[in-house]
Design a protein around this ligand. Structure first.
Ligand code: GUN
Length: 297
């Protein structure tokens, strides 16, 4: 074990390192696919407007595609586009046999109904795993696409050989794209006993401090403090909030939902922000796109 992987006796869940391993495996699969006469997997990303954070995230997805040998297309559209025109665009990609995976970067402008848009994506190309069809298949082995972030968290736990079976897993946050599917995956295939907490949970600390595995996805920097976690717990921080920092060249830093420095002294494992769940979400998106390409073949 390398020294930088630990803080005292706490191990860091190094999502960046694990994501690199996964990307190497995907690269090998792409080479085999191309050697067998197929085209490489192709991911299309629809991006509306000029939001800086969304552009950065999409840039990260494009870079990851390049690294593993995928083709990627970013379709930049004006944020004033009508819902109907956006639906038409999605339809044309749904019908394009040269594209395997499609994601529409969120958030969308207020005049567009996000649910209407995500539901318009062909479930066989929905590599974010956001459609109701894919949500409904979460517990069906090897069918459909799992939502990228929860799948990334499960993979991170698996690669660190962290047992979830019979453990008490507590998820904080019940969003459609992270908390809710996370709680389902931890229960099955994870075989954990799961408690799903959210903004209306009373006495949150009573639940979090009983967690063997605590997954936090609330988007409030430093929300989980040392007194809210059990000694030896596994802490997975899904939060990534941009916090202004005039001392940083970019003018901001990314902060997780967990007060890392204090909680790390009590945890057995903890994922950092950045470098924890974020890279795993991208790796998971690549895993889904590879699967989508195989489906097309
Ligand atoms: N915006 C923030 N995270 C995500 C994500 O995982 N997928 C999409 N489509 N948009 C996002």
């Amino acid at each position: 074990m390398k020294e930088q992987d630990t803080i005292q006796n706490t191990r860091i869940l190094d999502g960046k390192k694990v994501a690199t391993e996964i990307k190497n495996e995907i690269s090998e699969s792409v080479k085999a696919m191309v050697a067998a006469g197929h085209r490489p997997p192709h991911l299309a990303v629809i991006l509306l407007g000029k939001d800086g954070a969304s552009h950065t995230y999409v840039g990260g997805k494009e870079k990851a595609c390049r690294e593993v040998g995928f083709t990627s297309s970013v379709i930049n559209l004006d944020s004033s586009i009508s819902e109907e025109a956006l639906l038409d665009k999605i339809q044309s990609i749904n019908n394009n046999p040269d594209i395997d995976g499609l994601i529409v970067q969120l958030p969308l402008p207020d005049h567009i109904r996000s649910e209407k848009i995500t539901e318009a994506i062909n479930p066989n190309k929905d590599v974010d795993g956001f459609t109701a069809a894919n949500f409904g298949k979460i517990n069906r082995k090897n069918s459909g696409f799992l939502p990228a972030t929860p799948q990334g968290v499960m993979e991170l736990l698996k690669r660190y050989k962290i047992q979830t079976k019979g453990k008490h897993a507590v998820v904080v946050g019940r969003s459609h794209i992270v908390g809710s599917p996370m709680s389902i995956l931890l229960a099955r295939p994870g075989d954990a006993t799961v408690t799903l907490c959210h903004r209306f949970t009373k006495n949150l600390k009573e639940f979090t401090s009983r967690a063997d595995i605590l997954v936090v996805a609330v988007g409030i920097p430093g929300f989980i403090k040392k007194d809210m976690v059990k000694e030896g717990a596994v802490i997975v921080d899904v939060g990534t909030t941009r916090v202004d920092d005039p001392n940083h060249p970019r003018g901001f830093v990314l902060k997780g939902d967990v007060a890392f420095d204090e909680v790390a002294t009590k945890a057995s494992y903890i994922s950092p922000v950045p470098g924890g769940v974020g890279p795993m979400t991208i790796a998971s998106l690549l895993m889904n796109t590879l699967k989508a390409a195989k489906l097309q073949h």
